[in-house]
Design a protein around this ligand. Sequence first.
Ligand code: SF4
Length: 150
Amino acid sequence: MEILLISACLMGFNCKYSGGSNALSSESLAALRARYRLIPVCPETAGGLPTPRVPSERQWDRVVNKLGQDVTEEYRKGAETALYLARRYGCTCALLKERSPSCGSGAVYDGTFSGTLTEGWGVTAALLRQQGLRVVGESGIAALLAEDVR
Ligand code: SF4
């Protein structure tokens, strides 16, 4: 069975900045579990940030929270932990929450805390991608499940 790294909040863990989750539907999770062994990771909590926490956004090569505090180091540590887990379990693909400053793929909020998206990657998504993993957002689940991996 293939092993898939997955954003913990997509599995229903309450690790989102607000204290909630981004749980996928039970049908999607069941379909993923039938195909993959799922390895959950929340890079932000793994990097030492509390839950709930002040929301953050990427500002070029830094990550800053809404109070103006620099949390780049916590995000970097979380990304390293996610990479460690991916290597430890032999993951070649990660299913990560879209638009997050850690997990986002292809589009993230632009650092102005105005709800504006811009092209870019979350810190963890970028590192995993740089290290050769395929990163897929939750909108790509159907396509992921439709692939023939035999
Ligand atoms: Fe979900 Fe990733 Fe944010 Fe953690 S860091 S709450 S896994 S999107």
